[in-house]
Design a protein around this ligand. Sequence first.
Ligand SMILES: NC(=O)c1ccc[n+]([C@@H]2O[C@H](COP(=O)([O-])OP(=O)(O)OC[C@H]3O[C@@H](n4cnc5c(N)ncnc54)[C@H](O)[C@@H]3O)[C@@H](O)[C@H]2O)c1
Length: 421
Amino acid sequence: MTPGLGAVATTFMAGVESVRRGYSLPIGSLTQMATIRLGKRTENRAPLIKDLVPLASLDDLVFGAWDPFPDDAYTAACKAGVLERAHIERVAEFLRGITPLPAAFDNKYVTRINGPNVKRGKTKRDLAEQIRQDIRDFKSRHKVDRVVVVWCASTEIYIKAGAAHATLEQFEKAMERNDEAIAPSMLYAYAALMEGVPFANGAPNLTVDMPCLVQLAKDRAVPISGKDFKTGQTWMKTVIGPGIKARMLGLAGWYSTNILGNRDGEVLDDPASFKTKEESKLSVLHSILQPETHPALYGDFSHVVRINYYKPRGDNKEGWDNIDIVGWMGYPMQIKVNFLCRDSILAAPLVLDLALFSDFAHRSGLKGIQEWLSFYYKSPMAASGLQPEHDLFIQQTKLKNTLRHLAGEEQITHLGLEYYS
Ligand SMILES: NC(=O)c1ccc[n+]([C@@H]2O[C@H](COP(=O)([O-])OP(=O)(O)OC[C@H]3O[C@@H](n4cnc5c(N)ncnc54)[C@H](O)[C@@H]3O)[C@@H](O)[C@H]2O)c1
């Protein structure tokens, strides 16, 4: 179930149905396409991940959503303008069957949006209880055993974790007095956890990333993960950044700018929503480069991120990165990246993987923050006091080693053959 039935959610749903019908390949999805090496190289064992661990199959998936706009997934996909009309038409009937439930929504937290399909209630707690009921109804209507909630809704305004988010008791009281510190996304996260449902957060909002909900996830033995799908420019940053660091080259500055014209871009045009995104995008380089450990190389770099709403571009974002690096004897060099990406095309397989892996984690008895899913996020959640890992390659190793561990296989150390006699 996805809060949000916009560009990402509809591209995800249409894509899964296209794969099920044999029209497309699940490109970009590790759960569907990646292999995993097992044992020594000489054993030549590298099954598909989905053959190693018991993931739910695509045929078993059923979709539900909440959105303040009442458009069904067909209309929403047409409006989002991500997929070509022909690709939408061939799964039209399936998409028309997905209609959004009324959203827990408040325009104060996403100022550029106003839709009529919203829940009514005296308190925020009432709204959370309605979401819980929605999850229970969805389960019985579709006769499904398990649910995962993946936040695919708009980016909310910037909120810092405070007293209202410290303990469950304070959080519940804050919902009851309609405290401003409680954003709608938090109500979905709370409701999911109370229903024993894993929650993955695709946007940079706090949502589930606060002490009380992290504790609730542990207490209820439910996996959670976030924040903010790692798709275009930040994905590139977590590929190139570790490369610069691996060679001990210096960094003088990294300037990133984007133009995009979808609804997400419009929401991010609001400074308060952009601030949430900016925090998420800026955190990446610091943790990869570790300026404290390498002050001579990374002690003083400039990092600027800009997003500009530019309507004609629609979902086909264009990003430019100018990277000023420093080499031997302090000589400056530049790397330029011009990435013409399709945001939702990159995000859709992440939604699928997060749903399947979160469900698998739940069945495997994992609970609380799932650091092995950091691979999918710009701003990964980490246990309190720990720095999140941003390096894509370390994240990938962590993900695969977790799967090996859960499957009872040895961890891969990459020690050379010379160590084995
Ligand atoms: N596409 C990407 O590459 C990418 C990458 C990282 C993060 N994200 C995040 O994913 C989210 C979705 O992106 P998108 O392009 O689909 O945006 P979108 O604007 O097309 O869709 C978001 C939908 O969420 C709905 N919504 C807003 N508040 C809601 C609420 N409280 N409850 C239920 N629905 C609500 C909106 O009405 C809208 O239909 C955004 O927060 C975006 O920042 C996207």
